[in-house]
Design a protein around this ligand. Sequence first.
Ligand code: FE
Length: 210
Amino acid sequence: MFALPELPYPKDALAPHVSARTLDVHYEKHHKGYLEKLEKLVRGKPEEKQTLEELIRSAHGPIFDDAAQVWNHNFLWRSMRPRGGGKPEGHVRGVLDDAFGSVDEFKRSFAEAANEHFGSGWVWLVKDARGRLGIHNTPNAENPLQGNNVPLLTLDVWEHAYYLDYQSERDRYVRGFLDHLLNWDCIAENLEAARVGTHRASSSVEEETR
Ligand code: FE
């Protein structure tokens, strides 16, 4: 069956940018809630034997929504870390400079996409099937794996992710993420997984570009 990974840090570790109260509700109620709904929906059905990634690529309706939301939140917790943000060094810095012109320009584009996204959804840094980096917005539970893109980083822009801390000021939440929480190692690890072909989405990427 599906399982929820432990949070990679204590619930108060991202404060004040994401408060302990927000992280508690987000993980215990929303994330766990999607998992419990998914388990109920697939019980006794062939989908019970599938992985989250398989369900994201093949399911529709509520099973897709809950499977994708479980996966998206698993990925979200890894996209943040205490004392993150600022600027990356080394490989990630070079990759972002090549793709966006500079790290500041990447952050500006990511913030713009997050602030302008209408309604609930997600903002992603992805590597597409041709190996190019880009920023994608997805509505509701949708996810880059559906388009065979490799997710490198995400931010949740559903209101439940920030409303307790920032009310309607989504831009302050986004700024706190970029300046203080963004986990550059998440980008590095997903780029490396894509390079060596261990990322599920990347095996087809490498075949297409070979
Ligand atoms: Fe969420």
